[in-house]
Design a protein around this ligand. Structure first.
Ligand SMILES: C[S@@+](CC[C@H](N)C(=O)[O-])C[C@H]1O[C@@H](n2cnc3c(N)ncnc32)[C@H](O)[C@@H]1O
Length: 218
């Protein structure tokens, strides 16, 4: 019986994974699962934010923030001298984030600026962010290359791009896929944290590289 249930779950998971790859759709009601206590126990916000390299005073962009499971922790870590731009393409996700923000105001946390935008067209100026992070998002973006070019543009030289992935996500990529995506976009690999099940990779935008030259070289 248990084996049948496990096989059933694996089949459903494989069908969702394949369909998402083919048709690029987003799962409905996913915010409820992403915000659950079980998820926060498995992938605690403090751990994800610390592995991502977030520090006090930073200006940060979170791409695909969803309903803010990691955004709020990021704002607490950057503190009042920092700022978090929280960007998502889905209005319902940002609505949930806004509700959380009005219910729990923390005077010690950095300002959170929710933005309803596409990762492929970031509404931020060149070299304006110390760090960009995303959790279970990169593989969901059909035009990853364009999104990574935009991330490159808004990051300061030596800025950090932190990518976190977890295996229960139907879009989960192996570590080598994420590394290839980052390197193809011109980033250098910094630190790796975690394991096959759940990992964070920190990339760096190299110092002294001209944006235009780098894009032309790729
Ligand atoms: C699996 S959810 C992860 C949400 C959040 N990062 C978390 O871990 O709780 C992926 C999120 O990425 C967002 N997303 C997908 N493609 C996007 C794009 N092109 N630009 C901005 N956000 C995008 C989705 O709307 C969704 O909220």
């Amino acid at each position: 019986m248990i084996i049948k249930i496990i096989v059933g779950i694996l089949v459903v998971f494989a069908v969702i994974r394949l369909s998402k790859k083919l048709f690029h759709f987003q799962l409905p009601f996913v915010e409820y699962i992403l915000d659950s206590d079980l998820r926060c126990k498995g992938q605690p916000p403090e751990r994800v934010i610390s592995r991502s390299g977030v520090q006090k005073g930073m200006t940060i962009l979170e791409i695909g923030c969803g309903s803010g499971t990691y955004t709020i922790q990021a704002a607490q870590t950057v503190g009042k001298s920092g700022k978090v731009f929280a960007l998502d393409i889905k209005p319902q996700a940002l609505l949930r984030l806004n509700n959380k923000l009005t219910q729990n105001q923390n005077p010690e946390a950095g300002e959170i600026c929710p933005m309803l935008e596409n990762a492929c067209k970031l509404p931020l100026s060149d070299e304006s962010c110390d760090l960009v992070f995303m959790v279970s998002v990169l593989q969901e973006i059909p035009n990853r290359r364009k999104a990574l070019e935009e991330i490159w543009r808004v990051l300061k030289p030596n800025g950090i791009l932190a990518v976190t992935e977890v295996m229960v996500d139907p879009d989960y990529p192996l570590k080598r896929t994420t590394i290839r995506n980052g390197e193809d976009a011109g980033f250098t690999i910094g630190e790796f944290f975690g394991n096959l099940w759940e990992y964070t990779i920190r990339f760096r935008k190299p110092l002294n590289i001209n944006i235009k030259e780098n894009i032309e070289a790729r």
